[in-house]
Ligand binder design. Structure first.
Ligand code: FAD
Length: 486
């Protein structure tokens, strides 16, 4: 099936909107009666909503899952083109992420992971490009350079940040954590400007921008410390957790299991292509109206809509002021992720940074396609932001910023222009978490708000989405069981 989402370009086909994905659901709806009053309506079929809908339906609740798109997965989905999975959004998972690994084990997918890198051949090097030219390093030298730059960045306490974020899965921001949350990475770099070599500075800045998709000024230093802590306070940990292990069959091969299991319970009704426009809620339950005017009713609701688009839905009564303000501020991540299939086999083993002049900042060989070509994935963000489909020559030139390459195909999803995401993974500007993390997590009457964007641990990750979907389903089940609310 082909989703309306995503773009592909080849020399022969030109630019095409919409790419094939096994995450597209057919038929798009199995709603039988418009009069049913559901126990719970889940809005959003990303990993959070899928987990919540599955767990609630398996617990015997009558669930309706409403999704704006034609597919599952939200910000994590893959497109299979000519037998090769291109990851349009969320990609990498690791066994240290407890929620994600529980689900991988549940679906017996532990042997379906592969390593993105293959440091075995060709230009088996780290290419560090700046306006001054391109320097070449071995991957061992790359690791040493990245470790030393990031260690200097995070070492606010002589313990590599361990005393600032001692419990990375806690939602409590200590006074010290708040201090760093009000600081940007640009502020922190100013503090250590005399300690960094020019290369360390390039490495630290581009790695932070890879993580935040924002600018150095709009990246909360605390949240970077939080990622660092989750990754075991080391650069090696960052690689293991953030960019190493992915599904051989693509993310949609994982997400579809959640949907199928929920459906097999017999308790799941669903409707895709159903953007929600208004949500009325109160003592009597919840009434949800889609943009097409279809109305659905339930006792409880799980709202799994991302932060950056929450204010596009009308709530009656309106959202609590703290949540509304958080959504108005939003997160800053405008990541530009683009895949290129290139005929240069020698580039399978390269990693590279092209900064601060280039549109794409961080890229590397991510696989080999069935045609024997190399798959390169590259990331940009708010820094030098661009829309890949608007100027394909600019997009291709941004790949040449790493090394000369012969591009056969481009594949991408424009997350900035996506009306149901308005950005990529959550990354906060200074102050957002200190001011609003609690507000984002609070429930309002019969609505539980759940999303990776305000998870406690791997916030911004697939793991965080599953953490939140689990919490939401437990909360609603407790309501029905008359137990104390979580
Ligand atoms: P979403 O996936 O955004 O789901 C929300 C759903 O709500 C969407 O399906 C949306 O269509 C729907 N929706 C929105 N508005 C409405 C409406 N009005 N009516 C009905 N439905 C609506 N994470 C990792 O763990 N590893 C990675 O490597 C990684 N890389 C990433 C790369 C990119 C480019 C992106 C974008 C994300 C990446 N992430 C990664 C993050 C991860 O994808 C997300 O944190 C996670 O998928 C979010 O899940 P969610 O269910 O909380 O939200």
């Amino acid at each position: 099936m082909t989703s309306k989402d995503g773009y592909s370009w080849t020399k022969t086909q030109g630019l095409r909107a919409g790419v094939p994905s096994i995450g597209v659901i057919e038929p798009p709806s199995n709603v039988k009666s418009a009069d049913t009053v559901y126990d719970v309506i889940v809005v959003g079929a990303g990993y959070c909503g899928l987990t919540a809908a599955r767990d609630a339906s398996l617990a015997g609740l009558k669930v309706l899952l409403l999704e704006a798109r034609d597919r599952i997965g939200g910000r994590s989905w893959s497109s299979n083109i000519e037998g090769y999975p291109y990851e349009m959004g969320g990609t990498w998972v690791f066994w240290g992420q407890a929620n994600v690994w529980r689900e991988i084990a549940r679906y017996g997918m532990q042997d379906e992971l592969e390593i993105s890198y293959d440091f075995s051949r060709g230009i088996n090097k780290y290419l560090l490009s700046s306006p001054q030219g391109t320097q070449t390093f071995t991957h061992e030298e790359e690791d040493a350079l990245m470790q030393s730059s990031l260690a200097k960045l995070v070492n606010v306490d002589g313990c590599l940040g361990k005393t600032v974020v001692p419990f990375p899965h806690s939602g409590v921001l200590t006074p010290e954590a708040r201090k760093y949350d009000h600081m940007s990475v640009a502020d922190r770099l100013a503090e250590i400007k005399n300690d960094l070599t020019p290369n360390e500075r390039l490495c630290a800045e581009s790695f932070v921008l890879l993580c935040s998709g924002g600018t150095l000024e709009t990246t909360s230093f605390y949240e970077f410390l939080h990622w660092w802590a989750l990754s075991g306070y080391s650069y090696e940990g960052c690689i293991d957790y953030l960019v190493k292990y992915k599904f051989r069959g693509g993310q949609s091969s994982f997400a579809i299991n959640f949907f199928k299991e929920a459906l097999a319970s017999g308790n799941l009704t669903y409707a895709f292509n159903s953007p929600v426009a208004t949500i009325q809620h109160g003592g009597n339950g919840v009434q949800i109206t889609t943009r097409a005017g279809q109305t659905y009713k339930s006792t409880k609701m799980i709202c799994a809509i991302p932060l950056n688009v929450l204010n596009d839905v009308t709530f009656d009564p309106p959202l609590a002021p703290g949540r509304k303000a958080a959504a108005a501020t939003g997160h800053v991540n405008q990541c530009v992720k683009v895949h290129a299939e290139i005929s240069d086999r020698d580039l399978r083993s390269f990693t590279g940074i092209s900064y601060p002049h280039n549109g794409l900042i961080y890229g590397f060989g991510d696989g080999e396609t069935p045609a024997g070509n190399t798959h390169v994935v590259a990331f940009g963000g708010q820094h030098n932001h661009f829309h890949p489909e608007e100027n394909l020559e600019h997009t291709k030139a941004a790949f040449q910023g790493f090394a000369p390459m012969n591009i056969e195909r481009l594949v991408f999803h424009n997350w900035s222009k996506d009306e149901f995401a308005k950005g990529a993974w959550f990354f906060p500007a200074p102050g957002l978490l200190s001011t609003h993390l609690k507000d984002m997590r609070a429930r309002e009457s019969n609505i539980v708000f759940a999303c990776s964007d305000w998870a406690l641990g791997w916030r911004s990750f697939i793991d965080g989405a599953i953490e939140e979907g689990t919490r939401a389903a437990i909360t609603v089940r407790a309501d029905f069981a008359g137990r104390a609310k979580l």
